[in-house]
Design a binder for this molecule. Structure first.
Ligand code: 6CS
Length: 341
C-alpha cells in the first residue's frame, strides 16, 4: 500500500515538476535536411523568434532529417497533425500537390537574385493561388524559400543533350522532374534523399542534382568527379503547417507567424548565399572535383529543350496550375519592367 502511494506521489510530483518547467505549448518542426543545412539555419532562427515573441509560452522542437522519415512521410505527419510544421520541398510534393511542380520547370524563375528573392517572398500567384492547393491537402503554406541554385554532378561534364543521353540522373520524386530530364535525353531515376549517396557509390545512378551546400553536407562530392553549373533551377522549398492547427491559433499568434516569416525572408536569402559559397570552397579545397560553368549558348540550348515541359505542367496541374504559371510569368515580367524604369 505504502509503495503504491509512494509511486502515485512520485508520478504526481513528476507531472507537476514537468508542468512547471516545460512551456505550455510545444510546436514540432521537421526538416528534410541535416543539421547545419539551409533548412536548419531557418528553423533555428524561427525557433529563436517564436520563443522570444511568445515569452517562452511556446517552445519549438526541431527534428533534423533522419529523425522522422523521408520527405513524403514528414509531409504526411503534418497533414495528419502529428507535426505542426515542416519543410516540404516541391521536388517531393508533386504527387500530392501537382501545382507545386512549377518549381520543377527549368529556366522559368528569374536568374537575378533580387528579383528571385522578391518573387518568392511576395508572389500572390504562389501564396494565394498555389496556397489554395496546399490548403485542400490540409497544409498551410507559410513561406517559400530559395536554398541556392542547383548544380549537376556526375563523373563527366554535362554540357549538352549528347552528354545526357542515357545518363542516370537521380531526381527528387515529383513526376515533372522526371519529365524535365527526359526532355534532355537522360534516364531520370527518382529516389529519396537518404538513398542518393549509396546509389552513387554503387553506380546505380550516374549523377544527381542539388544546391552546393547539400552536395557538401551529404558527401556526394566524394563519389562524383565533375560539377556542372547550368543555373537552370533554384532549389525552392516551402515551409508548411497543419492547416487546422493554424486556423485554431489566436489572432496574436497568427500575426506573429506572419511577422516571423517576413523577417526570415531576407535572412535566409543571405544565409543560403553565404553557406553555398563556403561549401563550394570546401568541396574544391578537398581536391578532386572539376567545375564547369555553361556558356550562355549552352544554357540556351537546354532552355529550348525544357520549354515543352511547361505543357506537361499544365496537363498535370490543370487549370489552376495554368493560372499559377501565367500569373507568375506576368509578375516576373512586371518586376523586370519596374527594374528597367
Ligand atoms: O535532393 C533532395 O531530395 C533534397 N535536397 C535538398 C537540398 N533538400 C531536401 C531534399 O529532400
Amino acid at each position: 500500500m505504502l509503495k503504491r502511494l509512494a509511486l502515485i506521489f512520485l508520478a504526481i510530483a513528476t507531472l507537476t515538476a514537468c508542468g512547471e518547467k516545460s512551456p505550455k505549448t510545444q510546436w514540432r518542426l521537421a526538416l528534410e535536411e541535416v543539421q547545419g543545412s539551409v533548412q536548419d539555419i531557418y528553423a533555428q532562427r524561427f525557433k529563436q523568434l517564436v520563443e522570444k515573441r511568445t515569452n517562452g509560452a511556446v517552445s519549438v522542437i526541431i527534428y533534423p532529417y533522419g529523425a522522422l522519415g523521408t520527405s513524403a512521410q514528414i509531409t504526411e505527419q503534418v497533414q495528419n497533425g502529428a507535426l505542426q510544421f515542416a519543410f516540404a520541398s516541391p521536388g517531393h510534393l508533386g504527387s500530392v500537390i501537382p501545382e507545386t511542380q512549377i518549381f520543377s520547370l527549368h529556366f522559368l524563375l528569374p536568374d537575378e537574385d533580387a528579383m528571385l528573392r522578391r518573387v518568392l517572398a511576395e508572389s500572390p500567384a504562389l501564396y494565394d493561388l498555389m496556397g489554395s492547393a496546399y490548403k485542400e491537402k490540409s497544409l498551410h503554406l507559410l513561406a517559400v524559400i530559395h536554398e541556392g541554385w542547383m548544380v549537376w554532378t556526375g563523373n563527366k561534364p554535362l554540357r549538352n543533350t549528347d552528354d545526357f543521353a542515357g545518363f542516370k540522373m537521380r531526381t527528387m520524386v515529383s513526376p515533372l522532374l522526371v519529365e524535365a530530364y527526359k526532355a534532355y535525353g537522360a534516364a531520370p531515376t527518382p529516389m529519396p534523399y537518404s538513398e542518393v549517396y549509396g546509389a552513387l557509390q554503387l553506380h546505380m545512378i550516374d549523377g544527381q542534382v542539388n544546391p552546393v551546400f547539400a552536395i557538401e553536407e551529404m558527401s556526394f562530392y566524394e563519389v562524383q568527379k565533375v560539377m556542372t553549373e547550368a543555373k537552370h533551377l533554384p532549389f525552392v522549398s516551402t515551409l508548411v503547417a497543419n492547416s487546422r492547427f493554424v486556423e485554431g491559433l489566436s489572432e496574436e499568434h497568427k500575426a506573429m507567424l506572419r511577422e516571423v516569416k517576413s523577417e526570415l525572408d531576407g535572412y535566409i536569402f543571405e544565409q543560403q548565399q553565404r553557406l553555398n559559397a563556403e561549401r563550394l570552397e570546401k568541396i574544391f579545397a578537398a581536391g578532386d572535383m572539376q567545375r564547369i560553368e555553361l556558356t550562355d549558348e549552352e544554357r540556351n540550348a537546354f532552355r529550348q529543350r525544357s520549354l515543352p515541359v511547361r505543357e506537361l505542367y499544365v496537363e498535370q496541374a490543370g487549370a489552376r496550375g495554368e493560372k499559377i504559371m501565367a500569373e507568375l510569368l506576368r509578375e516576373i515580367n512586371d518586376a523586370r519592367e519596374a527594374q528597367r524604369q
